[in-house]
Design a protein around this ligand. Structure first.
Ligand code: CA
Length: 230
């Protein structure tokens, strides 16, 4: 069955190009030219990936992204955000939109397809390392159900945030470089901006740390990468 992709983008030429390219690759593509239409389409069907432009007439892409993340039916769908060059990237980071990746305009169709493939490639369970749960103090990851609990409270994570946390917790007390994290979590490091790791670490800290500005669980090891304190 063809994988379904929803694109929300108000530039007609761009959205048509992206849709044509994805259809040629065998994906089933649905398009919306504004945020409200995008939300209705997102709500009425299930997709394997949603691509959102930030600047849209009416409901903007970041708001839409957060609405999708807060909807229990869609909270784990991979989301790629399209942004204009410059300050919007910081905006994505600052607003903790919950996207899995972002692409800065203008971008090539080849790069776009590569990023789409990364999101489509679900991490396959490693049978030799099969474990049902990862636990560290009051943090518990249910690997089978892909749920995270801090004490009794469930924490909602995006797919990539979950994979990142699982990778860090599997290797607790060891420093993981950004390159290693990209390879393990994103699986295809060439096309993903290294800053993506930093952005996801920041989002993760906001969700799991008691005080995100003074993180106790995920430490930054300057010039190297990150370490989960187990
Ligand atoms: Ca736009």
């Amino acid at each position: 069955m063809a994988k379904k992709i929803l694109i929300v983008e108000d530039e007609e030429k761009l959205i048509n190009n992206l849709a044509d390219k994805l259809r040629a690759e065998g994906y089933e593509v649905f398009t919306a030219l504004d945020g409200e239409t995008g939300w209705n389409l997102a709500h009425n069907d299930t997709y394997d990936l949603i691509v959102l432009d930030i600047m849209l007439p009416g409901l903007d892409g970041l708001s839409l992204c957060r609405m999708i993340r807060n909807d229990s039916k869609m909270s784990d769908v991979p989301i790629i955000i399209l942004t204009a060059r410059g300050t919007e990237v910081d905006k994505i980071v600052g607003l903790e939109s919950g996207a899995d990746d972002y692409i800065v305009k203008p971008f090539g169709l080849g790069e776009f397809l590569a990023r789409v493939r990364v999101q489509m490639r679900r991490p396959s369970p490693d049978r030799t390392m099969r474990q049902d749960e990862l636990v560290s103090s009051n943090l518990r990851l249910d690997l089978t159900g892909r749920r995270v609990f801090k004490g009794d409270d469930e924490i909602k994570l995006s797919n990539k945030e979950f994979d990142l946390l699982a990778e860090l917790m599997r290797n607790k007390n060891a420093v993981l470089s950004r390159d290693l994290i990209l390879t393990k979590v994103w699986g295809y490091d060439y096309f993903v901006d290294k800053r993506t790791v930093d952005v996801h670490i920041r989002w993760l800290r906001e969700k799991i740390e008691d005080n995100p500005s003074s993180p106790k669980r995920i430490s930054t090891v300057r010039g190297v990468g990150y370490r989960f304190e187990g």
